[in-house]
Ligand binder design. Structure first.
Ligand code: NAD
Ligand code: DAU
Length: 338
């Protein structure tokens, strides 16, 4: 039996991770801490709230005293840090909270791991730390040794956290792993991000705001495949190593939006080109050879199968969407797309 601390579990990927793992490993215990920011939602945890091997603690990872107390009480074996400010556009509007949560919050967790001891600390990171690739070089992919070269305050904060994690490994011998994943999509995705935002807009027959000319490319991975990869790394990965995660599902933003419109039977005339994102990364594309070869990871979904499951989930979970879309999120929509 092992005890896991999962931070940011009331968010999109952490929530999906807990749904899978709490049921898959009934003999392990999962404690989730989440600050319940605008992006965190207790309804996301509803499917596992009553499970005996799951516990929720409402806390901020930057609160050193509270985090230390939790470590002292719970004696964690593994720590998996999903908690973050995750939306690039918000980081452009106001970087500070990104630096606090993504860098200083990570430091608090690393310090707690040093102080109380753990078997492994895992940092959930992103392909965005590598910057972007040109659109006219489809032969290029991010590898684990591609230099860090960030564009947005969000990616700079995630890269800083990665460097800290590796520094704690080298200097203090802390057992750590890092995963860097491409763009996720799937159930419980907050509708500020491209895919769920476009699904909601299309369902309401509202204009779909595509930044620039829609030619930017993202490498889409179904969230469950990301979660399974993290579980493999945490249990079987090598200390001090970085693992790239991605399934070679590159699409331009325009292709993604058109796929959604087609699946929902909506006209392409809903597409509206809006002001581009400052510093907008052109193309992300992962080379997942290392995790495939070393840990035997393979994604179950490709984009065509995953997007259908995702659209269906959005159609069947209107209550969850209505609840997360109320409150602060309305102010964001007004500021970003006015
Ligand atoms: P999300 O924004 O949906 O969820 C983040 C969660 O963290 C929320 O529940 C929020 O309440 C919580 N949180 C924020 N600040 C906190 C704090 N100070 N203390 C405790 N909890 C806090 O994000 P996501 O899309 O689920 O991303 C999870 C992780 O995966 C992030 O680290 C992100 O950088 C990384 N990642 C995301 C993607 C993607 O496509 N979404 C891809 C690769 C990596
Ligand atoms: O690559 C991994 C990253 O993917 C994660 O680290 C981030 O946490 C996650 O938010 C995501 O970042 P992106 O910036 O790629 O995702 P987003 O959904 O915001 O945008 C995807 C693409 O769609 C990007 O090229 C910008 C574009 N876009 C986005 C929005 C919200 C639009 O054209 N219109 C929009 O309204």
């Amino acid at each position: 039996m092992s005890k896991f601390l999962v931070t940011g579990g009331a968010g999109f990927i952490g929530g999906n991770f807990l749904h899978i793992m709490v049921k898959k490993y009934p003999n392990d215990e999962y404690v989730c801490i989440d600050a319940l920011t605008y992006a965190g939602n207790m309804e996301t945890l509803e499917p596992i709230l009553k499970e005996k091997n799951f516990k929720f603690v409402h806390e901020n990872i930057c609160n050193r005293e509270a985090v230390y107390k939790l470590f002292e009480e719970e004696h964690f074996d593994y720590v998996i840090n999903f908690a973050a400010e995750s939306h690039v556009d918000r980081s452009i509007e106001n970087p500070e909270i990104f630096l606090k949560t993504n860098i200083l919050g990570t430091q608090v967790l690393l310090d707690a791991c040093r102080k109380y001891g753990i078997k492994r600390y895992h940092q959930v990171s992103t392909d965005e730390v590598y910057g972007d690739l040109p659109l006219d070089r489809p032969d290029l992919f991010f590898k684990e040794d591609t230099p860090i070269h960030t564009s947005s305050p969000y990616s700079a904060s995630k890269a800083s956290a990665d460097l800290l994690v590796l520094a704690y490994h080298r200097t203090y011998g802390l057992p750590v792993t890092i995963s860097r994943c491409s763009n996720n999509y799937g159930p419980y995705h907050f509708p500020e991000k491209l895919i769920p935002l476009m699904i909601q807009k299309a369902l309401r027959n509202e204009p779909l705001p595509v930044y620039g000319n829609g030619a930017n490319v993202r490498d889409w991975l179904y969230v469950g495949d990301h979660c399974n990869a993290i579980d493999l790394i945490v249990r079987n990965g090598r200390d001090g190593e970085v693992y790239n995660i991605g399934g070679h599902n590159e699409r331009t933003n325009l292709e993604v939006v058109k796929t959604i419109l087609k699946a929902l039977g909506k006209p392409e005339s809903l597409i509206t080109y809006v002001k581009d994102r400052p510093g907008h990364d052109l193309r992300y594309a992962m080379d997942p050879t290392k995790i495939e070869k070393e840990l035997g990871w393979k994604p179950e979904y490709n984009f065509d199968t995953g997007i259908q499951v995702t659209i269906k989930w959005n159609l069947e979970n209107k209550k969850w969407l209505e609840h997360v879309e109320s409150g602060e999120y309305l102010n964001w929509l007004e500021r970003q797309y006015k």
